[in-house]
Write a protein that binds this ligand. Structure first.
Ligand code: 2P0
Length: 337
């Protein structure tokens, strides 16, 4: 490439993350600034791999997902993200973007988190932005809010940033949280009760919730309190407290949607069946706690030592569901760098 710092061709891998304190609602749509801080665990399953190559001769960006050209809104989001990268790099060249997902896309399994974290890392290197991890997290945020957290492995905290701050973009990024992971021994049992794409995008659903739900503001306030308690629970490696706080925070988020006008409901009958199985496990003395995102699938937080038992209970409850075991995974990284 004619730009000294630009690699011209870069490939990155990133993993999805599951929020234990949820991100739901933006105070700025263009900059993707949330109303609340959120906290997540990056997983060691379902990686996304993205290659970005500068294409000097091409008339426009070529974007494929699993070999299929993207069209419509998904393509528009990737191209808008590349525009941002090009503007920062001072390089107008179009790109060839090839993405491989190992997770169903748009099913509430955090494919946009791994996807935009991988795209940010690959595009940042291809166009030569020279970003550190914090800068990469800010950039990934512009593609999809939750992607800011997938830049980091393990537990990550995404700062909402100060409303009213002169440069609001600067204040909103994720950082890795020091957690005694070995003592906590966290695992997530992911029950895929429906792998189909969601009917309503999370972007649309959170906008509608903020605009119409009388429960939104109370949840946002209680989520900020949950975050403080969560950090203490993580510090002392108290898995039961971590699970309890995560479960109530997620159910509260879904309550805000159920109270929106009209309601947004991602939870299905199969979701509730898994929630019953989780309650049953707890009654039997097994630490198991549920969290759900913008879809009906359930992620059950438990100890690594109990994961097989929890997975068996979930399989027994919803026989047709695919059940995956996940642990703490790595942050976004460039391949061959
Ligand atoms: C989260 N979710 O904290 C929450 C919980 C879903 C439920 O982040 O509009 O795809 O691209 O910033 O990041 C899903 O929202 O939304 C999400 P955009 P994103 O994981």
């Amino acid at each position: 490439p004619d730009h000294p710092a630009a690699a011209g061709d870069a490939t990155a891998v990133a993993h999805p993350n599951i929020a234990l304190i949820k991100y739901w609602g933006k105070r700025d749509e263009r900059l993707v600034l949330p109303w609340t801080d959120s906290l997540s665990l990056t997983l060691d399953v379902f990686p996304t791999t993205t290659r970005v190559r500068l294409a000097p001769g091409a008339g426009r960006d070529a974007v494929t997902l699993d070999g299929v050209p993207l069209a419509g809104e998904p393509r528009r989001r990737v191209v808008a993200f590349l525009e941002l990268v090009r503007e920062r790099a001072g390089l107008a060249l179009p790109a060839v973007v090839e993405t491989r997902n190992t997770v169903p896309t748009g099913a509430g399994l955090a494919s946009s988190a791994s996807g935009f974290a991988a795209l940010a890392a690959a595009a940042g290197a291809a166009y030569g932005l020279g970003l550190d991890a914090t800068g990469l997290s800010r950039l990934a945020r512009r593609g999809s809010g939750s992607a800011a957290r997938s830049v980091f492995g393990g537990f990550a905290l995404w700062h909402a940033g100060q409303p009213g701050h002169a440069d609001a973009d600067l204040g909103s990024y994720a950082e890795p949280l020091p957690v005694p992971v070995r003592a906590l021994d966290p695992a997530l049992v992911v029950a895929v009760v429906d792998a189909g794409p969601k009917a309503v995008s999370s972007r649309e659903a959170m906008r509608h919730t903020v605009d119409t739900s009388p429960l939104y503001r109370p949840w946002a306030a209680s989520s900020q309190a949950d975050l403080i308690e969560m950090r203490h629970a993580l510090d002392r490696a108290d898995l039961d407290a971590v699970g309890e706080i995560a479960e109530r925070n997620a159910l509260g988020m879904h309550a805000t949607m159920l109270a929106a006008r009209p309601a947004v409901r991602y939870l299905s009958a199969a979701t509730l069946t898994v929630l019953d199985a989780v309650l049953e496990l707890r009654r039997g003395g097994v630490a198991a706690y549920a969290t759900m995102d913008a879809g009906p699938n359930v992620k059950v937080l438990c100890r690594g030592a109990d994961a097989q038992r929890v997975a068996a209970a979930v399989r027994g409850a919803v026989g047709t569901a695919a059940v995956h075991l996940a642990g703490p995974g790595p942050g976004a990284r460039l391949l061959g760098a």
